[in-house]
Design a binder for this molecule. Structure first.
Ligand SMILES: Cc1cc2nc3c(=O)[nH]c(=O)nc-3n(C[C@H](O)[C@H](O)[C@H](O)COP(=O)(O)O)c2cc1C
Length: 161
């Protein structure tokens, strides 16, 4: 089984999650950062995992563009989807629904939220102001959901043997 993980990140949290996930997956795994490479030949992959992080309700444009360009092919593959973000509860479901096409969500074997991080010295001035105002969080916080990453890998591994 050849698996592609195609992702985007701004400050590295989604990349951390992708590396953690790739270590848990069975078979050959190739990782592509969609901010560095947009043209990916999907024909050699049986399974494709796609994800990114959420800013002001939206996933990176590179992720949306990748999905839109390849939607027909993606719908014929085994897929999994994830987001990184700091929202909680019902908002997570909403963010997933608003950032991936509904047919891709319903056809995907696994769709999960991997949590997120606030690292203030990586943010620009405006981002710091927004985060402090909206979340009321004022110092670094890591909220990566390692158990969800593990569960994602377990779902994916068990369904594709
Ligand atoms: C300016 C700003 C806006 C954000 N907006 C959202 C949001 O709308 N929803 C959410 O779940 N997380 C939001 N976050 C949290 C990020 O998704 C989180 O920090 C994530 O870990 C970033 O991942 P990355 O380092 O891979 O880009 C926001 C963070 C910043 C700095």
């Amino acid at each position: 089984m050849n698996t592609l993980i195609a992702y985007a990140t701004k400050y590295g949290c989604a990349q951390k999650c992708v590396l953690e996930l790739s270590n848990e997956l069975k078979g050959k795994v190739e990782i592509v950062n969609l901010k560095e490479k947009t043209n990916v030949n999907l024909s050699k992959f049986d399974r494709v995992i796609i994800g990114g992080s959420i800013y002001m309700g939206k996933i990176q444009k590179e992720v949306t563009d990748f999905i839109n360009r390849n939607l027909d092919v993606l719908l014929s593959k085994e897929t999994g989807l994830f987001i990184c973000g700091m929202q909680e509860g019902d908002m997570l479901e909403k963010e997933i629904k608003e950032n991936f096409p509904s047919d891709l969500i319903s056809r995907s074997k696994t769709v999960k939220y991997f949590g997120g991080e606030f690292i203030f010295n990586k943010m620009n001035f405006m981002e710091k102001v927004i985060v402090k105002k909206v979340s009321k969080i004022t110092s670094d916080k890591s909220y990566i959901q390692h158990s969800n990453i593990k569960k994602f890998a377990e779902d994916f591994n068990s369904k594709y043997q």
